[in-house]
Write a protein that binds this ligand. Structure first.
Ligand code: HEM
Length: 492
């Protein structure tokens, strides 16, 4: 009897395991990953990846299709390069692809993903995003911060006037200006150790997009433990902590004495975070680290994306004197007209065209929440996905003469960056679309208007506009590889 029972039990276990194995074999054969280049053992496609990745992804996608699978060491990536697929993933299946990929840089620099931009999709993310929009990024708040923006730009104009007639590093001036403005509106003043903050922003965004060996080979624990990048990130995080702690301490002190920290004497973004933290009524209670993570997002968003766009616009204007003259003519006519309700129609087209050719976030990183099937290919849960908006915005199937800088192309078509035209997504789309669009555009437009109004621009002696290097660096924001040096002549 015992023998029979044992035989039956063993047979049942065997049948169960056989069934499971068959199922797994079946699902393996039906679950097809998207096509991609041939993979080598261990490294996969790593040998085919070069910097900047969005250019190399575009070239590979031209051979392997708009839904492409890459093996990057032990990790994998899916690259999307067509508006139809971008719509499917970011709109039709939203929030199916509203998660964010994990990385060593995200864990260390963004306080274990507790910011907004790389935070997992869910209740905490939604709460922090809403707070930021209500207190800083909404159109109302952007109008409210206009006096600080104007004051900061007046300082920029003044400092350029002091350098007039000689070559000046415009890229650096614009970068500092955007950062000062962002710090003034978000935390009531310029950060004391501003140079370190800027260096951290530039360095950490560079690391976020580089392929870190510990992320590519997560099972090689020894590699991760010895990773030089990990140590570099930890050093950066210590410096960032010091700056952030100073900001929070200053705010706490002033709050105790009943003072708001904003330049208008009311609450700024940090005050609001501290108040809601103290009140303890939030659904997801927040720690100081959470406040630091979100503040770092705001510093990066407010500094790098806007200054990169202004910088590229100036480079393109210098390369296209006709466009420069037309934009400058409009700005001077409007600002000389004393019309408070002015709008810069042509300048807006220049900004659109700059964002088309030089999107500050060329690869929109997302991750798949649950398994999805797209065009017959399986995208597993957790898969990291890069939407190559840079490639789509230069694709000859959607744009005439796509490499040409021609603001007029937007004149007679209704293509906009509000997230509904999937071949033009400089601010992304769907649930995770950029919440800083109004804030960023206001900075870019007012800075360009002031630069064009107050100065005539030329390149330093011997440099020809057509010789300017148009390559990008490898940071998150695809800034120009080299700083722009120009000579500004004040407009009388
Ligand atoms: C020219 C200016 C800017 C451009 C082109 C830009 C572009 C982008 C893009 C492409 C994304 C990803 C969207 C997606 O996944 O669909 C993004 C996200 C984000 N941006 Fe911007 N951005 C700009 C300015 C700003 C500013 C000024 C701020 C804040 C001060 C900001 C804060 C953020 C944040 C917090 C996210 C993450 C949103 C989320 O994951 O929910 N951005 N931005």
């Amino acid at each position: 009897m015992l023998e029979l029972f044992t035989t039956l039990t063993l047979s049942a276990i065997f049948a169960f395991l056989l069934n499971k194995w068959k199922k797994s074999q079946n699902s393996k054969s039906t679950k097809k990953p998207p096509p991609g280049p041939r993979k080598l053992p261990i490294i996969g496609n790593l040998h085919q990846i070069s910097n900047p990745p969005f250019r190399c992804f575009r070239d590979l996608s031209n051979q392997h299709g708009p839904l492409m699978h890459l093996q990057l060491g032990e990790s994998t990536a899916v690259v999307v390069s067509s508006p139809e697929l971008a719509k499917q993933m970011l709109k039709d299946l939203d929030p199916g692809f509203a998660d964010k990929p994990r990385s060593t840089a995200g864990e260390i620099m963004f306080y274990n993903y507790s910011d907004i931009a790389i935070c997992p999709y869910g209740g905490y993310w939604s709460q922090m995003r809403k707070l930021c929009i209500n207190e800083l990024l909404s159109p109302k708040m952007v109008r409210f911060s206009r006096s600080i923006r104007d004051d900061q730009l007046a300082r920029l104009v003044e400092s350029l006037r002091e350098c007039s007639g000689r070559a000046v590093d415009l890229t650096e001036k614009i970068l500092f200006n955007s950062n000062f403005f962002t710090c003034r509106v978000a935390c009531g003043g310029v950060v004391e150790d501003n140079e370190t903050l800027l260096r951290l922003i530039l360095e950490s965004t560079q690391v976020v997009v580089s392929f870190e060996v510990a992320d590519l080979f997560p099972s090689w624990r020894i590699v991760s433990a010895m990773s030089w990048t990990r140590r570099r990130l930890k050093t950066m995080r210590c410096k960032l902590d010091k700056i952030m702690d100073d900001i929070i301490d200053r705010h706490r002190r002033n709050r105790l004495s009943g003072l708001g920290n904003s330049e208008f004497g009311s609450e700024d973004l940090v005050d609001v975070f501290l108040r809601v933290q103290e009140e303890g009524k939030l659904r997801y209670s927040i720690t100081n680290d959470n406040i630091k993570a979100v503040l770092y997002d705001v510093f990066i968003g407010g500094t790098e994306t806007s200054s990169t766009t202004i910088d590229w616009a100036m480079v393109e204007l210098l390369r296209h004197p006709r466009v420069m003259a037309k934009a400058q003519g409009e700005v001077r006519q409007v600002l000389n007209g004393n019309n408070a309700e002015h709008t810069f129609k042509y300048l807006k087209l220049v900004i659109k065209e700059t964002l088309r050719l030089h999107p500050p976030a060329p690869l929109v990183p997302r991750a798949c929440k649950d398994e999805q099937v797209i065009n017959g290919y399986t995208i597993p849960a957790g898969q990291q996905v890069f939407v190559n908006i840079w490639a789509m915005q230069r694709d000859p199937r959607y744009w005439n003469d796509p490499e040409k800088f021609e603001p007029e192309r937007f004149e007679d078509q209704s293509v906009d960056f509000m997230g509904g035209d999937y071949h033009f997504l400089p601010f992304g789309t769907g649930k995770r679309m950029c919440p800083g669009m109004t804030f960023g555009l206001a900075n870019v437009e007012s800075a360009l208007a002031q630069l064009l109004y107050h100065f005539d621009w030329k390149l330093p002696g011997g440099v020809r506009a057509q010789d300017l290097d148009m390559n990008e660096n490898n940071g998150v924001t695809a800034a120009r590889k080299h700083n722009l040096f120009v000579v500004a002549t004040p407009y009388k």
